[in-house]
Design a binder for this molecule. Structure first.
Ligand SMILES: Cc1cc2nc3c(=O)[nH]c(=O)nc-3n(C[C@H](O)[C@H](O)[C@H](O)COP(=O)(O)OP(=O)(O)OC[C@H]3O[C@@H](n4cnc5c(N)ncnc54)[C@H](O)[C@@H]3O)c2cc1C
Length: 382
């Protein structure tokens, strides 16, 4: 696994951290809603320590939200998302900062994940099963035989060294950079990097995820994350996921929409404003907000390029399902028969990742000690 930054350096480490129940997409994007609720239930089993399971409320702030209620409940039923209406009094008792003029509230099994440990636990499990993880290492190019990739050229940012590593199959899981990586291998991927702005407040105002009871739109969700409440988000197409300029009006929109859910929002100091790009699957003539949040795996054998597969789209909530899909395709291509077990097997603790990294560091330091370089005071500890 080659990652040009730290673990969770890309979109996964910088997003809204909502463990989707699927409620957000149950009317407009049911394929994605079903993926979300299925994975929400699986992740509760395989990574229980990394999730905050406080549920979510979809609340009607306006008459138009209220008119959406029946469609929302039908959508939840169609996507097997458990949903039940709670009284306004109950909603306000659970969430005291919620707008007291709300007209209805529906409780669904949303949650919150911690993105860094989320990634670490997948990587720790992979390490335990024999993977090698190279962080701060960038893929700069492909090595090909005819048009078929047989390896990648990489550069380690810490040492400045470049090298080539081979692979029977190379998987491109570069999120919003997947198109850039695919282009290096001479193929294209129908992906649109689509940015979104989030505003973190310097106070945690809600414990449940608060959503507007309507179609997904700007600033209609407030997610509690550690000591903050994070309002999100907007959606616009960008050329380069590394160069996103935050439009000031998007920040104001987060506040003005967010205060419809939690009126005190404007009075709380802003802790951060941030933006990051989603890897969404392109559909011609579709507005960024309307693009599906589902995922796809592209076997580039269809483009006449063998040994190269791209997985993209989706949500962090559906990351495990994306990995299952791409692993199945890789196994099929390698003629390797094995059942995917990640639905059932709990992930290894994220702590194992650091233990393992420490073993490697200890080895490197021990080498330093025995070389001509000065002793840097390292002591082996068990
Ligand atoms: C504003 C916003 C809010 C969101 N909120 C949520 C949410 O609340 N819940 C949810 O489930 N989903 C959410 N999403 C969606 C989710 O963040 C993405 O779908 C997901 O993070 C994509 O994961 P990924 O692994 O495909 O991409 P990434 O996490 O971006 O991983 C790709 C990695 O590839 C690396 N890379 C790129 N180029 C190279 C190279 N040349 N060499 C080596 N490495 C390279 C990058 O550094 C990066 O770490 C949100 C998205 C946005 C934009």
């Amino acid at each position: 696994m080659i990652e040009r930054g730290e673990v969770a350096f890309g979109t996964t480490g910088r997003n809204h951290c909502l463990l989707h129940s699927g409620g957000r997409y149950c009317v407009t994007d049911q394929e994605s809603a079903i993926e979300c609720i299925d994975e929400n239930l699986i992740l509760r089993r395989i990574m229980p320590d990394l999730l905050e399971l406080n549920d979510g409320l979809f609340v009607a702030v306006t008459e138009s939200d209220l008119a959406f209620k029946e469609r929302f409940l039908e959508g939840c039923a169609a996507c097997h998302i458990p949903a039940h209406e709670v009284t306004v009094a109950r909603a306000l008792a659970m969430e005291p900062f919620l707008n007291p003029t709300i007209l209805a509230a529906i409780q669904i099994p949303d949650g919150v994940f911690e993105p860094f440990r989320f990634c670490l636990s997948f990587l720790a499990t992979a390490l335990k099963n024999g993977a090698t993880v190279r962080t701060f290492t960038e893929v700069t190019d492909f090595v090909c035989s005819d048009r078929n990739p047989t390896g990648v050229k990489i550069r380690d940012f810490r040492t400045g060294k470049t090298e080539t590593i081979g692979g029977d199959i190379i998987v491109n899981a570069a999120g919003p950079w997947a198109g850039e990586i695919a282009a290096k291998a001479g193929v294209s991927v129908p992906e649109v990097p689509t940015a979104g702005v989030m505003v973190a407040l310097d106070c945690r105002l809600n414990n449940m995820v608060l959503n507007r009871l309507n179609k997904p739109s700007d600033g209609d969700i407030v997610v509690p994350q550690r000591a903050t409440s994070v309002i999100g988000t907007t959606s616009w197409k960008v050329e380069d996921p590394d160069l996103i300029t935050i439009p000031p009006e998007h920040v104001e929109r987060m506040i003005s929409q967010g205060e419809k859910l939690i009126p005190t929002v404007r009075r709380v100091p802003m802790r951060a404003k941030m933006a990051v790009a989603r890897p969404l699957i392109a559909m011609t003539g579709t507005d960024a907000r309307e693009l599906s949040r589902t995922f796809e795996c592209f076997d580039h054998a269809r483009d006449g390029v063998n040994g190269f597969v791209t997985i993209t789209g989706g949500k962090t909530t559906t990351a495990r399902a994306m990995a299952e899909r791409v692993s199945d395709i890789v196994c099929q291509k390698l003629n390797h028969k094995a059942e995917c077990r990640t639905r059932e097997v709990p992930l290894t603790s994220y702590r194992f990742f650091f233990e393992r990294q420490n073993v490697l560091k200890r080895r490197a330091l021990a080498q330093l000690q025995t070389s001509d370089r000065p002793n840097i005071g390292f002591e082996e500890r068990t």
